[in-house]
Design a protein around this ligand. Structure first.
Ligand SMILES: Cc1cc2nc3c(=O)[nH]c(=O)nc-3n(C[C@H](O)[C@H](O)[C@H](O)COP(=O)(O)OP(=O)(O)OC[C@H]3O[C@@H](n4cnc5c(N)ncnc54)[C@H](O)[C@@H]3O)c2cc1C
Ligand SMILES: NC(=O)c1ccc[n+]([C@@H]2O[C@H](COP(=O)([O-])OP(=O)(O)OC[C@H]3O[C@@H](n4cnc5c(N)ncnc54)[C@H](O)[C@@H]3O)[C@@H](O)[C@H]2O)c1
Length: 469
């Protein structure tokens, strides 16, 4: 104890940000711009999940699979068929090159002389002090932004049989002949389609009634129809029983209704969600409330300790990057502006996008949320299979759905499953931002023929339901 004390070097910063990923970096930059003396503590590898093992690597590899899928459809478009072959090692090399480029940029930003960067693990020793290596660092405010890690779900035999998580899947250099995907969330569907498209036989085992079961049912059903059409087996309503294995094969035994079934494959991909990462942070010493393994925050991003904030995946609100950034900025603003009203997060325009083909994009309220909160709504949807531009592109899966207030027609929410859904939804988010209506969607000019003009059809239908057509 005494030698520990003698080595102690106390440093003080206005704001100490723990974790330099998307949320932490946004907090640090905002606090620095407000004139604060800011420290960032990150144990590394520097770059954050989005760049290193999340958004960017997955979107890079999905592009290869998308091109491969189009090549396989050559004949449909009047082109001589090609023998499309994926070289997974080369796809991974391309991904690594891009990730390195993105990471270098972020690392340079973290090493900006405007911050003090400590490349070490942080651990609370009191609500006002952390240990970083041999240093004891005090902060007037702390922003915890330590991210998430794959959830460990206890399924008998799974550990013994062995499985890969999304972290591992990104480094697989030889495509497995077959793959069992456990889960049907965002991570599961993006990887499942990638591997199916490069030639792996993929089976998805999902507990919920549909894929993406947190969203409205028609969304998951439309994605499932597209997946089934390209040969991905999707089994829903599954309850995992146990996993067994031989040297060449792993078998998942599961219950579906009253029957027990099994599926076998070369590899198991465990995509059963992520959990806030509080490992080794010793948050007990910080005295903040933790419920079910997540840091509880208010709309101003404060934990139960007013000078300690928690942002990004670690608070488990909505683990999505632009929202993590928004939370980081909000926390840092509040940490550096004690006077005046606190900034709070407004969830009205929250969105989620899934980069499968067809893409899935949801924004604002869903039907399920409206029903749960007794919010009245009108809804209308229109299928891409009936939309001229989508037919030209050969992209017929999915639909656009609008949810509007019955009295004013104000757009409350939107859901798109279809080509370029993640791009198209931004028009609807912009309309919602300005509290626009179905009528506004008809007044806004839409070029013909575009995918974007599809939103006018459900908008017309909403007006008909309002008696304003
Ligand atoms: C496969 C996959 C694909 C995804 N795709 C998308 C997508 O397309 N779009 C999207 O919006 N979101 C996507 N996400 C989610 C997105 O990546 C996360 O929401 C986001 O990156 C979280 O950012 P963060 O700053 O909270 O955490 P992170 O970026 O994980 O940052 C946490 C940082 O804290 C550091 N750290 C942890 N503990 C300590 C400690 N004790 N001391 C010091 N440092 C510590 C870590 O080293 C790390 O740098 C995806 C996620 C996955 C897994
Ligand atoms: N395109 C994107 O923006 C994108 C892509 C990937 C991930 N992400 C983010 O990363 C987060 C994590 O994604 P994820 O797919 O790992 O999590 P998720 O929460 O979206 O999906 C988890 C899946 O596991 C299933 N599950 C969980 N526990 C289970 C259990 N005990 N038994 C059976 N099934 C169980 C759920 O039903 C669900 O299908 C997402 O919430 C998302 O915010 C975003």
């Amino acid at each position: 104890m005494s030698s520990q004390l003698s080595q102690r070097t106390d440093r003080r910063h206005d704001v100490v940000v723990i974790g330099g990923g998307s949320a932490g970096y946004a907090a640090a930059r905002t606090a620095r711009d407000a004139g604060a003396d800011v420290a960032i503590v990150d144990q590394g590898p520097l770059g954050g999940l989005c760049i290193l093992r999340g958004c960017m690597p997955t979107k890079t590899i999905l592009r290869s699979a998308e091109i491969m899928a189009l090549m396989k459809r050559a004949r449909e478009f009047g082109l001589a068929p090609v023998n499309a072959q994926a070289d997974l090692a080369a796809i991974v090399d391309r991904k690594n090159r891009l990730v390195q480029e993105f990471a270098d940029y972020r690392i340079a930003a973290l090493r900006d002389p405007g911050f003090t960067l400590y490349e070490s693990r942080a651990e609370f020793i009191s609500p006002h002090e952390i240990r970083v290596g041999t240093l004891h660092i005090r902060g007037n405010a702390f922003v915890i932004a330590t991210g998430s890690r794959p959830a460990e779900i206890a399924i008998p035999g799974l550990d013994q049989a062995g499985y890969l998580t999304s972290d591992d899947m990104l480094d697989v250099r030889r495509a497995p002949s077959s793959l069992l995907v456990l889960g049907g969330g965002l991570v599961a569907v993006e990887f499942a389609q990638f591997f199916a498209r490069i030639g792996t036989k993929v089976t998805m085992l999902q507990r919920g009634a549909t894929l993406l079961s947190d969203m409205d049912q028609d969304v998951g059903q439309a994605l499932e129809a597209a997946f089934q059409a390209e040969g991905i087996e999707v089994i829903t309503g599954v309850s995992f029983q146990q996993v067994t294995s031989t040297p060449t094969e792993k078998t998942v035994h599961f219950r579906q209704g009253s029957a027990v079934h099994s599926r076998s494959a070369e590899l198991i991909f465990q995509a059963l969600g992520r959990r806030p990462n509080l490992n080794g942070l010793n948050v007990e010493a910080a005295g903040v409330d933790v419920i079910d393994g997540r840091l509880v925050v208010g709309p101003d991003m404060r934990t139960s300790q007013p000078h300690i904030f928690a942002v990004g995946d670690v608070n488990d609100l909505t683990p999505i990057v632009h929202l993590a950034i928004q939370q980081g900025e909000t926390a840092a603003w509040n940490a550096t502006h004690a006077e005046g009203p606190a900034r709070v997060i407004d969830h009205r325009l929250d969105s989620e996008m899934v980069f499968t083909d067809p893409q899935v994009a949801v924004a604002g309220l869903s039907e399920r949320q409206c029903r749960a909160r007794s919010i009245p709504y009108l809804t209308a949807s229109y299928p891409f299979a009936d939309h001229g531009k989508a037919m030209c592109l050969g992209a017929s899966h999915g639909f656009v759905k609008l949810l509007c207030r019955p009295d004013t027609g104000e757009l409350l929410g939107a859901q798109i499953v279809g080509p370029e859904a993640a791009e198209l939804i931004h028009e609807l988010i912009a309309v919602m931002y300005f509290h626009g209506t179905a009528q506004d969607l008809l007044r806004i000019p839409h070029y013909h023929p575009t995918l974007a003009e599809i939103v006018t059809y459900p908008a017309e239908s909403i007006l008909e339901q309002m008696g304003q057509a």
